[in-house]
Design a protein around this ligand. Structure first.
Ligand SMILES: *Cc1c(COP(=O)(O)O)cnc(C)c1O
Length: 381
């Protein structure tokens, strides 16, 4: 079945990834928080202009750390879009919270800020903004509503590194934010993530929770003379070998971003006319948003159309994929009372969205093949 010539994602070496992994071994520090991890922290802190960044083993784990830090407890509720990856919700559900799913806007596919106010109760302990495809949520409105109710806003910025809202980088709006360096993301080390801390009150406890509930970080800074068990915690440190891989990607982020931007723009320029003809829609980028070229999606006229286009592309050895299945009507979502019709925009978009191949190594010739395949697809209707 694997006669795919153009995958939808591909791991690519862009710089010194292999050299740095070797160096990590030669450094005799292949566990967490070694020299490459420190370089990665410094890159994120300087680039984003934030007080603290901590690498984690995944964005899933960064989200768990986030839920820990917000002291989410059984009985608490958190607001998030239903149109997101399962880890956004599980991090909070794992701590006993009940998710309150909000529908998305039909244009950006981000949580619909006009529906927030109606969902707020004293049980709501956080609002989780997910910047779909790295196109920012309406952060002004979200922060204003949350601020009035004294509810923390956090960002699942898995898609959004390098994206901006009104000139300000995504990941710097919430008191806490998370990044993913999974192989499908713009910057990767296979599996990896980061917690971004914008509100310094969370720094010390974040270090402790990430270090198995010990004050090891303070010990290494010479602030205490021995380290010991001081709190709950787990182990969220990636190996310095992976941090070496990641740092090489950070060093080349401009090259990666330029390439992805070129590919994204090429799709956009060459699919507009086709989209109009078949009744599809291309991504919408509000004027106040700069996106990081993370996802190029098509919103097709129907589920049947999408499935036939997927098959057609596959017959040309091109892999296209879709996501997300709405969380509120998943098996687990139904246990929280979710039912069909709760989030109509999410349900409709989920049936009709298709992601096209987008990765650093995608050549223009390959991209032309993707376009040709789309043009040659025969509408069912
Ligand atoms: C990829 C992704 C995650 C999870 O990232 P991992 O690093 O694989 O744990 C979480 N949220 C969103 C929105 C994602 O796209």
């Amino acid at each position: 079945m694997s006669n795919i010539k153009i995958p939808y994602n591909k791991a690519c070496l862009v710089g010194n990834e292999l050299e740095y992994m070797t160096q990590a071994v030669q450094n005799q520090h292949i566990s967490g928080d070694g020299p490459f991890t420190r370089k990665c922290h410094a890159f994120l802190e300087e680039f984003l202009g934030i007080p603290k960044a901590l690498l984690t083993t995944s964005c899933t784990h960064a989200l768990e750390l986030m839920a820990f830090l917000l002291k989410i407890q059984p009985g608490d509720e958190v607001i998030m879009p239903s149109f997101t990856f399962v880890s956004t919700v599980n991090a909070f559900v794992n701590r006993g919270a009940r998710p309150v799913f909000v529908d998305i806007r039909p244009d950006t596919l981000n949580l619909d800020e006009t529906r927030l106010e109606g969902l707020i109760t004293p049980r709501i302990k956080a609002i989780i903004a997910v910047h779909y495809a790295g196109v920012s949520c309406a952060m002004d409105a979200i922060l204003e509503i949350a601020g009035r109710h004294h509810i923390p806003v956090v960002e699942d910025n898995a898609h959004g590194l390098f994206g901006k809202y009104k000139g300000k980088l995504l990941g710097t709006f919430g008191c806490l934010a998370t990044q993913s360096f999974h192989e499908t993301k713009n910057i990767t080390c296979g599996e990896g993530g980061a917690l971004l801390i914008n509100d310094p009150q969370y720094i010390e406890r974040a270090e402790i929770l990430r270090e198995k509930g010990t004050n090891r970080s303070r010990f290494f800074r010479g602030l205490v003379d021995k380290y010991t068990w001081v709190d709950q915690g787990s182990s969220y440190l990636p190996s310095d070998i992976l941090a070496g891989f990641l740092y090489a990607q950070f060093e080349n982020y401009q090259k990666i971003q330029e390439r992805r931007r070129t590919i994204w723009d090429y799709y956009y320029a060459h699919l507009g006319e086709w989209a109009e003809k078949v009744g599809a829609r291309l991504p919408f980028i509000p004027a106040e948003c700069e996106h990081p070229a993370h996802i190029f999606y098509l919103l097709l006229p129907s589920l049947e159309y999408r499935q036939s286009l997927i098959e057609h592309l596959k017959s040309r050895e091109i892999l296209s994929v879709f996501h997300y299945l709405p969380l509120h009507i998943s098996d687990m979502g139904r246990k929280f009372g979710g039912k069909v019709g709760d989030c109509p925009v999410t349900e409709a978009v989920s049936d009709r969205l298709l992601r096209l191949p987008l990765y650093y190594d995608l050549s223009q010739a390959d991209q032309d093949q993707v376009l040709e395949a789309i043009y040659s697809h025969r509408d069912l209707s």
